[in-house]
Design a protein around this ligand. Sequence first.
Ligand SMILES: NC(=O)C1=CN([C@@H]2O[C@H](COP(=O)(O)OP(=O)(O)OC[C@H]3O[C@@H](n4cnc5c(N)ncnc54)[C@H](O)[C@@H]3O)[C@@H](O)[C@H]2O)C=CC1
Ligand SMILES: O=C([O-])CC(=O)C(=O)O
Length: 335
Amino acid sequence: MAEKDPIKVCVTGAAGQIAYSLLYQVAKGQVFGDDQPIILTLLDIPPMMPVLQGVVMELDDCAFSLLREVIPTSDEAVAFKDIDAAMLVGAMPRREGMERKDLLAANVKIFKSQGKSLDANAKKTVKVVVVGNPANTNALICKKYAPSIPAENFSCLTRLDQNRAKAQIAGRVGVTIDSVKNVIIWGNHSSTQFPDVSHGTVSVKGTAVPVSEAVKDDNWIKNEFIKTVQQRGAAVIKARKLSSAMSAAKATGDHMRDWFKGTPQGEYTSMGIVSDGSYGIEAGLVYSFPVTIDKSGKYTIVQGLEVDTFAREKMDATANELKQEMTTALEVCSD
Ligand SMILES: NC(=O)C1=CN([C@@H]2O[C@H](COP(=O)(O)OP(=O)(O)OC[C@H]3O[C@@H](n4cnc5c(N)ncnc54)[C@H](O)[C@@H]3O)[C@@H](O)[C@H]2O)C=CC1
Ligand SMILES: O=C([O-])CC(=O)C(=O)O
């Protein structure tokens, strides 16, 4: 069979810690498919160019069969030229004691500039995932400054939260990770996010049962579980003195793979997307919803899930935080 044409993929923050794990997955074919040749563009800031050269040397030395070309640069226009996919990782990470929104003033302007440059340089079909924090609001700003690219092409990463939630449930029940399905992350990638297992299932001895039936401890689900997932990033920072990188890279790969290839039959996944008003969430906010994705890469918000009073309160609290972040971000970007 004839070889596919290469796709062009940009990773920003390419000299940083998440990129170091992410680039391996992308170049190895674990994200876009093991028959999909890749051209990589790698963006970082000028002082990081010597470090980035080292990353390029290592990419060469990996001898990846699918990697056709690597373009390291500190110029957004070069990095975004005709790209099919953008993984916007480059931004300052938080340190111990900070909330992710404390990064807003420092990071949001990066996404204003990159939104403008994507608008001018990327393919109009480009799929963008924002990883740099505060991820939802950075994605909102990026989209705002790229008006010629459809809003549904912008997303932010909440897959790491979903993976964390699945791991907690699998560990608690004592099953493998793939036995846990349809765990949802609603809202902001922050400590107000709502990890919701009320529509999820666990496969126990070959039969799918509701998570609550498998866990048999609603108090744990409503308290410790939610808090553990909400605070997991902070716990990793406390332990490592650096924020999550291997797991963040894995989640970014998972997010993009599902977006390009589709979600498995009967399963949904969570991603931060521009709200269309579903579930009463203000249209325009970048909010994490459960979605299914078809083989052509089009996602649809899962509709009709029952929302009880407990869930409603949590979904609204995280939406309110996002509204406040949006107001601050628009102020920061107005000059
Ligand atoms: N959404 C999520 O689930 C997660 C998000 N993060 C966030 O991802 C971001 C990156 O984290 P790390 O890789 O650990 O940080 P890092 O500090 O190791 O790397 C960040 C890289 O971005 C570069 N950079 C800064 N400004 C840039 C710009 N304007 N254009 C291109 N590159 C730029 C830096 O020079 C650095 O090389 C942070 O904001 C972190 O908080 C981290 C984990 C999970
Ligand atoms: O917590 C942080 O600052 C990094 C991050 O977003 C995560 O690990 O989820």
